[in-house]
Each structure stands twice: as C-alpha cells, then as structure tokens.
Design a binder for this molecule. Structure first.
Ligand code: ATP
Length: 341
C-alpha cells in the first residue's frame, strides 16, 4: 500500500517531471543527473479523462524509459491524498499513480514553487530585463505570474540553498493610489467586497479593468477577450485599451515592488505567467519601473533591484529539472506531499 514518505533522499532516476496547469500539461523525463531532459509534446487537459491517462498515453506509451519517480507541479493547494486541480477536472492521486503507473516515489509541489525553482537558475537568454540592466546577485528573489490567475512565490536564499516559498500572494489587497485609481475602484468587480490583486492582474482582471474604465468614461465596451485588449492597447488603436494596458503594468509594478519588499528580493523580481511575455513592450515603458521603485522610504533600494520577464517557454520544467538533478541545492519541503511504494 503506497504511503506518505517524509524522506529527504533524492528522487530515484529516471524522473518524470510535469508542469500541470489548468489548460496545459507539459512533461519531460530526466534519465540521470547529467542528461538533458527528454521533452514530450504539450498535452491539453481537456483531451484526457484523468491525469493518469495523460501520463500513460502522452509519455509512458511513447518511450521505453520507465520513470521510477515523478515530481509534478500543479496549480492548486496540496492537501491529502486526492488533490483536485484548480481550473481543471483532473484530480491528482499519488497513491494510484504508484500502484497503477509503476512509480516508486511521487512528489507533488505547487506550480509557482516550480517557477521559483526556475528563477534560481535561469540563464540570461531565458529572461528579458525590464528597466536598467543590473548585475544579478545571489540573493532572495520573487516571481509573479499573471495568467489565468495570479501566482506569486518567493525564493529565499539562505544557508547556501534556494528555498521556494509558495503562497497565495495573488489574493492580497490592491488599493487605489492616484486620482484616476479613485475613479476606477468603485467600478471594479470585487470579490466579497474587496479588490484583491487577482481581480485586476490576470486575464479576467484585464477585462475587469477595461470595463471599469469604460464605465468611468461613459463609453460602450467593444473589446471582449484579454488578448483583444492587449493587442489594441499595444498597437495604440483603442484609447481605453491603451489606458487599460498602461494601468495594468502600473499595478503589476506596484505589486511587484511590494513583493520585493516582503522577501527583500535583492536578487530580482521575475514576471512569468501567460500574459507577461505578451506585453513586454508595455512593461518596458516607464510606468512599470516607476511604480516598482515608488516605495518610500526605500526607493533607493528598489532602484537597485532588477526586474525581468521570464521568456523561457518551459521555465517550470527547467526549475523541476534543476531540483531533480541537485536536490541538495534547494530547500523544498516534502512533508505531506511525497508518497512512496
Ligand atoms: N495576448 C494576450 N494578452 C493578454 N492576455 C492574454 C493573451 N493571451 C492569453 N491571455 C490570457 O492569459 C490567460 C492564460 O494564461 P496562461 O497561459 O498563463 O495560462 P495558465 O494559467 O498558465 O494555464 P496553463 O498552465 O494551463 O497554460 C487567459 O486568461 C488568457 O485570456
């Protein structure tokens, strides 16, 4: 009978690694600590009844390598032996994976924890600097990812190791600051009466912000999808879409600065998620960095903290493979989320 495993021992090779989002699941296999990971085609969760079917048909049926262990990064809180995914019908059942798919050892971590692991080791060509090109220092970092939702994680550097701190930072309050903000806030759709960061800083949030601006200006909204808003905003072909994108990067900068303060992230703040890469030209305008640095009495300190967009298409899997190769370099907590045969 598979059971919880509190061991800190490295996962046995070959290791299956998975980045399981609400829409997409990406897998790769690491044969040993020196090999390059073998990447499998991106899978859509909607095409498979269960995650076990996806692993079987999308990975195990396509290779003769038999992974002995798995480390999976999932979007959702990890609690107990049955872990439902946020925004997906899949339920992760590590005990069933062990008994039915042949794994000896399964570790489940949070998707933003995997993003944090990636940020520890991403090279210069896997990221694009926003604002001044500052020297990278080995110090705590943070990652924020606006996508379907808003993920936030810290990466604390202590005792010669990188310690990912997953949290629910996307749900902290975001307050109005400027005159324009004070006009907009009453028109934003709230969650139980409050404007959390995720009410604005994600795909749905872009729509929320655009609609609030339309109401303030008494204009009929014409744009529907988040991508329509950013496309017109970036091209300058719709005035309110342009303002929506400008405010979106302002608020993202404001939150990124707060998260940097919280973790003392001298090593930099990294923007991931599906949206950041699509709005790089807007992030490179002055508003993002201005809001990021506007943190009196610590503005001078903020000016020395680099900010980046993660441009690597498979950053979370990169993070998982860094960890799988050298677990001793990372302080990944395994209590209550590692199972063995
Ligand atoms: N060009 C764009 N501009 C703004 N928003 C976009 C754009 N393209 C996609 N989006 C929005 O980004 C969100 C999807 O983000 P993302 O790709 O990060 O998905 P995800 O949450 O990581 O899920 P998965 O991991 O399953 O891919 C959706 O809300 C979508 O509407």
């Amino acid at each position: 009978m598979p059971k919880l495993n509190n061991s800190e021992a490295p996962l046995p090779f070959p290791i299956l690694m998975g980045d399981i989002g609400g829409t997409n699941a990406r897998f790769s296999v690491l044969v040993d600590a020196y090999a390059e990971p073998k990447q499998f085609p991106n899978l859509h969760a909607a095409d498979f009844k269960t995650i076990d079917d996806a692993i079987k048909q999308g990975v195990l049926d396509k290779t003769s390598v038999r992974p002995r262990s798995a480390v999976l990064a999932i979007a959702g809180p990890i609690n107990g032996d049955e872990i439902p995914l946020t925004n997906s019908h899949w339920v992760v059942r590590p005990k069933t994976m062990i008994s039915d798919l042949g794994f000896e050892d399964v570790l489940i971590i949070n998707d933003f924890e995997a993003q944090a692991l990636a940020v520890a080791t991403l090279s210069g060509d896997a990221r694009e600097a926003i604002g001044p090109e500052l020297e990278t220092v080995v110090a705590s970092r943070a990652v924020l990812g606006p996508g379907t939702g808003l993920g936030v994680a810290g990466l604390v550097h202590a005792q010669h190791a990188w310690i990912p701190i997953p949290g629910e930072g996307g749900h902290i309050d975001l307050g109005p600051r400027s005159e324009r903000d004070l006009q907009i806030w009453p028109h934003l759709e709230a969650i139980e009466g409050r404007i959390s960061a995720e009410q604005i800083l994600c795909g749905r949030g872009l729509q929320n912000l655009y609609h609030a601006l339309c109401k303030v200006d008494g204009v009929q909204p014409t744009l529907k999808e988040p991508a329509d808003i950013t496309t017109h905003g970036l091209a300058g072909t719709d005035k309110l879409a342009e303002e929506t994108v400008s405010l979106f990067v302002t608020y993202l900068g404001r939150l990124a600065g707060d998260v940097a303060l919280l973790f003392m992230a001298r090593g930099g703040v990294y923007l991931s998620g599906g949206i950041s890469q699509k709005i790089i030209p807007a992030l490179k305008k002055p508003e993002f960095r201005a809001a990021f640095e506007d943190k009196a009495p610590h503005s001078a300190m903020m000016r020395a903290i680099p900010t980046y967009v993660v441009t690597h298409p498979l950053a979370a899997l990169e993070g998982l493979s860094s960890y799988a190769r050298m677990p001793q370099n990372f302080g990944v907590a395994t209590e209550g989320r590692r199972w063995r045969r």
